[in-house]
Design a binder for this molecule. Structure first.
Ligand SMILES: Cc1cc2nc3c(=O)[nH]c(=O)nc-3n(C[C@H](O)[C@H](O)[C@H](O)COP(=O)(O)OP(=O)(O)OC[C@H]3O[C@@H](n4cnc5c(N)ncnc54)[C@H](O)[C@@H]3O)c2cc1C
Length: 122
């Protein structure tokens, strides 16, 4: 099985960090392939916008989902987003590892979801 672990925590020695490393080790020991997105380590930009794309569908009015449909058809996601989408397409299982912050995902992980789960592609 191909496993993608999307992880965010600013402290590698945290409980979340320990669970992240243990998950990698456990899956690999069991014979599975693991890829990771360690968002803090990557300094992933959580802010969405035209920089998600290398081409423009509508230069007058930015509607993210229409730009995503265009980028899906023309292969014009930015290299940063394309790399993350490719990991998703590769995976059979996706694990999100994060501390609960105000009843939800911390900002960097929320931004990853906003930018990478692109309409027309994922
Ligand atoms: C901005 C903010 C918003 C928050 N919002 C919420 C919220 O809405 N709801 C909520 O419930 N909580 C909330 N919290 C609290 C947060 O989710 C918890 O403190 C969470 O445990 C943090 O995860 P951590 O990885 O930093 O834990 P850590 O602080 O690293 O560890 C948590 C506990 O696990 C122990 N531990 C650490 N490593 C290990 C290990 N390897 N094995 C066994 N035990 C270990 C530690 O001793 C500690 O007791 C919020 C915190 C912040 C900063």
């Amino acid at each position: 099985m191909n496993v993608l672990i999307v992880y965010w925590h600013p402290e590698p020695n945290s409980f979340n960090g320990a669970m992240f490393r243990r998950a990698i080790e456990s899956f690999e020991t069991a014979g599975h392939e693991v890829k990771t997105s360690d968002l803090h380590e990557m300094n992933f930009n959580p802010v969405s916008g035209r920089h998600n794309f290398s081409d423009v569908n509508d230069a007058e009015f930015f509607k993210q989902q229409l730009e995503e449909m265009h980028a899906s058809e023309t292969g014009t996601f930015s290299s940063e987003i394309e790399a993350e989408i490719k990991k998703l397409e590769w995976s059979d299982l996706v694990i999100f590892q994060f501390p609960l912050w105000w009843f939800g995902m911390p900002a960097m992980l929320k931004g990853w979801v906003d930018r990478v789960f692109a309409m027309g592609r994922v």
